[in-house]
Structures are given as C-alpha cells and as structure tokens.
Design a protein around this ligand. Sequence first.
Ligand code: ATP
Length: 417
Amino acid sequence: MFIGFDDTDSKQGMCTTYIAAVLIERLKSYGKVSNPRLIRLNPTIKYKTRGNAAIAISIDTEHQKEVEEITIKTIEDLAELKEENTNPGVVFAPNVPDEIKLFSKRAVKETIRIDEAKKLISKYGLHHKGFKNKRGLIGALAAVGAELDDFTYELITYRYKDQWGSKRNIDRQSVFKADRETYPLTWDTVDLVNKKIVFFPHSGCPVLYGIRGDEVSAIVKANEIVKSEPFERSVLFTTNQGTDSHLISSEISEVKEGCSYILRGKIRDDPHTISGGHVIFSISDGSACIDCAAYEPTKNFRDIVRALLKDDVITAFGSVKNNTINLEKIEVEYLKDKFTYTNPKCPKCDKTMKSSGKGQKYRCKSCKTYSDEKDRFLVERVIEPGLYEVPPVARRHISKPLIREKYEKGKKVHLNR
Ligand code: ATP
C-alpha cells in the first residue's frame, strides 16, 4: 500500500517530513514500512510553505484499516491545522495506475487544479482524507505517483521537541570537515565561496539538518562527522532533489507563467544591474524574447551574468515568474568577439593621431597624415563557454547541482561551491 500526504506545515512550524518520520515509527508494528520518498513538486506554486515537498511511504501490511486510521490520526496530531494556509491531504493507493504516474510528472512541472486530483482519486476509488480546503490532496496524489527516473538521497535529522524554535547547536568546523571528506558524493552541505553552512533550515521547524548526496555510505559518513546537539530521530529519504525534473525544454514563444524551462537564445542587450543588485538581460530565439534575471541572492553568479554581452548565445535554465526567467543555471555557448577602440597611430611617426572634431578624420599634425577610423583591438572575454550555476546558498531543492551533471565530453563545467 502506498501512502502519500502533503500540506501539513506552516511558516510557523512543523515539517511534512517530520510527520513522515513519526508515522514510520507508529506504523512499524502493522507491517514492513519502506522507501520513504520526499518529492519536490513545482517550485513556483504560490501556496507552498517553503520547498513544495510532499511525502510518500509504502507499507506491506494486512492491516489496511488500522494503517489508514493511524496515518490520519498522526496528521491530526501533528499538522498545523490552525494555520489558514495548511490544508492537509492524504491518499492511500494499493497500486499506482499510469494515469497517476502521469499526474505526478505534471505536478512537478505544471500547476494543477484540485478538481483534477479529486477526479482521479474517485476514478480509481482511492481511500483518502482531505482537511479544510483539501488542497494537500494534489501533492499527496503526486507523491504516491512519483516515479524517480533520476534520484538522490537526503538523510534528515530531527530535533527534540523542547529544542524546536531555538538556535540550532551545530559545530561549524565539523560540517566543513564532513563536506571535505565526502564531497562530491554529498553536496550542498556548505557554500565555500560564500562561507555558509546551507544544510539546515532557518525556521522553527523540527529539522536539525539534512545531508544530501548520491551515495548512502557517503551520507552516513558525513553524518558521523557532524557534531551537533543530540537528535530525536533521523530518516533517509529517496528524493527527486537535485535532478532538474521541473525543467521543460522549449521555445520561448511556448513558455507559460509558473513553469520552468531550458531556453536557448541570443542576448539582445548587455546585462544591466537594477536597484537591489539584480542583473537583468533579455534573450531571443527567433520565436519570441524573454527577460532573464540573476537575482541578488544568487551572489557571485551575477558576476558571470554581468560578463555576458549583446549577441552572445546562451541556454537559460529557470522558472518563469512575471514573464522573467529566474536563472538557476546558464550554459554559455557562443561568446562574440569584444573589441576596444583607440585613436589610430600615425603610420609615419607612430604617435597617436588626434580627432579633428566630431564626425571628422583623425590626423597627425606633424606628418600631415589622416585616418578615417579608430584602431580596433580584440579584448579577452572574462568568461568562457560552458555551464555556470548559482552557488549552493541560492540553490533550489529540485535544481541539479553541476557536480551531478553527466556532461558531454569536451563541455566545460564551472562548478560554484
Ligand atoms: P514544506 O516544504 O515545508 O513541506 P511546502 O513548501 O511543501 O512545505 P505545502 O505546505 O505542502 O508547501 O503547500 C503546497 C501546496 O500546494 C499543497 O497543498 C500541494 O497540494 C499544492 N501543490 C503542490 N504542487 C502543486 C501543483 N503542481 N499544482 C497545484 N498545487 C500544488
């Protein structure tokens, strides 16, 4: 039996993954619980609390009724039901029909209406419970249907309840050591350029920290190195974090608000910095054009973007909000030649000629020589072709860090960490 649930937390507290951790323990005596999955859905959804996560677990059981009751009771016990924007949903499925798998894929890339989730739940006769406006049923059904073509892991540790809301007690040096000893099999634990630890949330939720990576043994090793306050429990989730499963390859004319894309285009104007430190430019692919933004939180990634010029060709990766691509990565494909121009040299005496006035020739008074044009010199570009990414401090949960990219031979990858 598959159990999916979502929308149990609020900005004030709780975390859907913590409810999963408690539920796994409560269900232990009713069957074999396995495969907890943390599924990140469309990152642009406006109702999300933080990272638009939903949870699915599976249980091999002969006590279906009790399992359903315990799951609903656990959500009632722990969900932030008093918060206006917390609308939990839970779905139980004996198996996963293809239509629900497809629904799940769409929930990672598009915006889905609650009616659609309800229709599918009723079509397949799935036991379920929706609380309040029942919006959580969308994420719950999507979690049940998630097929992970690409996946990573996250080991999440949870604090004792009396610590929730207080400053997390984690030894900084031990986190950098854990990263040094297990990267690149673990990643996004620290941000070396920005000198930040990025593996814990800053909210009052039950999460102490989470270690992400591609190999369980490396994650376990990192966890052994980290020194912290004691934790109540931990769970290893399989997840679509770090997979780019939200991105759709498209032409610019096809883009829709609230979806995330891979778009190739020529830069239409030199990037410029606007108030707040955000860097903006526009690309065109012949079908249409769209603005791209490297927002202030992307920190040093903006230096790369500032180095681009009109007529360079790039591929942009990111979500469309207010008709602007919020850049997560770029691939620089073609850099046009950049020149500087200086007054020409006199061919006789080699001294720099002077302009005779606006729109007039350059001349050397002593030699009586003339020239119509300035001299042109090729300037080295400060960036080179290849893939560039935002730093870990600005990374979305679902975005694939370049260290995970299986890149084609010869393609240059510029890691930012
Ligand atoms: P956390 O990451 O802290 O668990 P969250 O960011 O996952 O919180 P939720 O509280 O789960 O946010 O709220 C997200 C809401 O949006 C849920 O009700 C979920 O069902 C709904 N939702 C998720 N994906 C989609 C989608 N693609 N289309 C429409 N609604 C969605």
